[in-house]
Design a protein around this ligand. Structure first.
Ligand code: BTN
Length: 278
């Protein structure tokens, strides 16, 4: 499903990439940090970029290492799933992780990338869940999301996992059509979390989950994912490129597909789509 780009309501952000590129994004990060694990071994921080996913992909044209993380204070052309925009005013957390998975099947990676977001939100006392595949929700409102993109560098397949979290996002700076269905950690927990601390917590968990996904324990990972996924056991309608599928969600496969039992009692596997309650 493709939703047209809606200009950001904040004129400073809506002015767009040209001014940002000139003033702030010269290809040089504002700071560089390191963590002791694979994911986050190098963290490049920018004031503003068009999209951290695009910056990560540009860096992949050079010599970026696996585990490098790009973080920006704001994005002027943040991207969501299915061609949607991801509104990214200052206050939220916007980052992309550069990965070189063994397996070209990124579906499971696409799912598990949302798990560290849920765990971090729960650490800060917001009992978020995952709506399949990787929408992070709290009380039916969106609080985070993941966009995984595959990239070839020479002959090797890489993945950029982009994560957006409404940590301290001022909800009144989101466009009206999004505002009604979005929330933030700040609004729910009534605290202003440090984005740096949130990122560090989230990346530590990402490192564990990613390493597990590269081992053979896919069934364990699918089970861990389902424990955080509120879509399981729900009656849902899934909009897929092939049409709408209705049924009760019963599990996810080790390939990341959502399994439904439809009205006729048939087992149907859905590989991609947007879920809503039926
Ligand atoms: C979605 O739920 O539609 C996915 C949203 C993903 C947003 C993040 S913010 C950081 C990274 N850069 C982007 O342009 N998008 C992802």
């Amino acid at each position: 499903m493709c939703v047209p780009f809606v200009p950001h309501p904040d004129p400073e952000v809506a002015r767009g990439p040209t001014s940002v590129k000139r003033e702030r994004f010269s290809g040089e990060p504002a700071s560089v940090a390191k963590m002791d694990s694979l994911v986050g071994r190098k963290i490049l921080r920018f004031d503003a970029v068009e999209s951290t996913n695009d910056t990560a992909k540009e860096l992949l044209g050079g010599d970026a290492d696996e585990g490098t993380v790009i973080v920006a204070e704001r994005q002027v052309a943040g991207k969501g799933r299915h061609g949607r925009a991801w509104f990214s005013p200052p206050g939220g957390l916007y980052c992309s992780v550069v990965l070189k998975p063994d397996d070209k099947n990124v579906s499971m990676l696409n799912l598990i990338s949302g798990m560290p977001v849920v765990k971090a939100l729960r650490h800060w006392s917001v009992l978020a869940t995952l709506k399949w595949p990787n929408d992070v929700v709290f009380r039916n409102r969106k609080i985070g999301g993941v966009l995984c993109e595959g990239v070839y560098r020479h002959d090797a397949f890489w993945v950029v996992a982009g994560i957006g979290v409404n940590t301290n996002t001022p909800l009144d700076r989101l466009p009206t059509e999004v505002r009604g269905t979005a929330t933030s950690l700040k609004a729910e927990a009534e605290i202003e979390v440090s984005n740096e601390e949130f990122l560090e917590y989230m990346l530590r968990d990402f490192d564990k989950v990613y390493k597990a996904s590269q081992s053979s324990a896919r069934n364990v990972l699918a089970r861990d994912y389902m424990a955080l996924c509120s879509t399981i056991r729900q009656r849902v309608a899934v909009e897929t490129p092939q049409g709408t599928v209705r049924g009760t969600a019963i599990e996810v496969t080790t390939q990341g597909a959502l399994v439904l039992i439809d009205i006729a009692g048939r087992r149907v596997e859905v590989e991609d789509g947007s879920v809503r309650p039926a």
